[in-house]
Ligand binder design. Structure first.
Ligand code: FES
Length: 96
């Protein structure tokens, strides 16, 4: 079972991937304090992260990410990025 590792500050939390679930939801369910001001709808950028491993395991960027200007690797909106592949992903939350 692939896993997602969330890194923020000195913390590191691993969670099992549930395909079709956004990185935001997987992280919140695992107790990772990811900001999500717009409620996970892709209309802010508070949930933006850096993907340090496994970008090729994720779905393609969607219109909401492009509308918010999140166009370039390694950045993704955790509320819009879902794991589609069978490999591990490492997500680094951005400092506030
Ligand atoms: S929670 Fe607002 S864009 Fe992801």
């Amino acid at each position: 079972m692939p896993k997602v590792t969330y890194i923020y500050g000195d913390e590191r939390i691993e969670a099992e991937v549930e395909k079709g679930k956004p990185l935001l939801r997987i992280g919140l369910d695992a107790g990772v304090p990811i900001e999500h001001a717009c409620g996970g709808n892709g209309f802010c950028t508070t949930c933006m992260c850096r993907i340090t491993q496994g970008m090729n395991q994720l779905n393609a960027r969607n219109d909401r990410e492009e509308n918010m200007g999140v166009m370039d690797d390694p950045y993704r909106l955790t509320c819009q990025a879902e794991v589609e592949g069978d490999g591990d992903v490492v997500v680094e939350l951005l400092d506030e």
